[in-house]
Design a protein around this ligand. Structure first.
Ligand code: NI
Length: 166
């Protein structure tokens, strides 16, 4: 097991589109284990493979209070979305920044779990937000890309300054 390095905005690698996972072999299983470890250590409630510079469609999520409800979605695909909610979002790739983002309220997502089984999940609230946020990552999109360009520019400057001071 290993804690992986998380890329930070505006790293251009975060804009890579992830490829479909063709086969869930031991290599993919190890990536999933490391992603959960990295997410829990951060700590965060979701992590997409893109954020650790692995460009395959894998996300790990755990929005439970006791961190005992891990969800792994491979090749996730949102098949229906309706309603609207606005939630304050953050991201491990955009440290210390929190902004309101509008997203669908109810979603249904199809995916493969870590055992290679097809799953269908219908959800709302924070889990729905988290799944949409992580799928955005796989498509090379960050939550700051859903904000005004002025706001995004401000955040970019702040993070570049932060990274320079490290
Ligand atoms: Ni994120």
């Amino acid at each position: 097991m290993a804690i992986l390095k998380i890329l930070h905005f505006p790293d251009s690698r975060l804009y890579t589109k992830a490829k479909q996972v063709k086969q869930i072999d031991s290599k993919i299983q190890n990536v999933i284990t490391d992603m959960f470890e990295t997410m829990y250590a951060a700590p965060g409630i979701g992590l997409a493979a893109t954020q650790v510079n692995i460009h395959q469609q894998i996300v790990v999520i755990d929005v439970s209070e006791n961190k005992n409800q891990p969800i792994c979605l491979i090749n996730p695909n949102i098949t229906s979305a309706d309603g609207q909610q606005s939630t304050e979002e953050g991201c491990l790739s955009v440290p210390d920044i929190f902004e309101q983002v509008k997203r669908a309220e109810n979603i249904t997502v199809q995916a493969i779990n870590k055992d290679g089984e097809q799953i269908v999940l219908t959800t709302d609230g924070i889990l729905s937000v988290c799944i949409q946020h992580e799928i955005d990552h796989l498509n090379g999109k960050l939550f700051v890309d859903r904000l005004s360009s002025l706001k995004r520019q401000r955040i970019k400057q702040k993070l570049i300054k932060q990274q320079r001071n490290k």
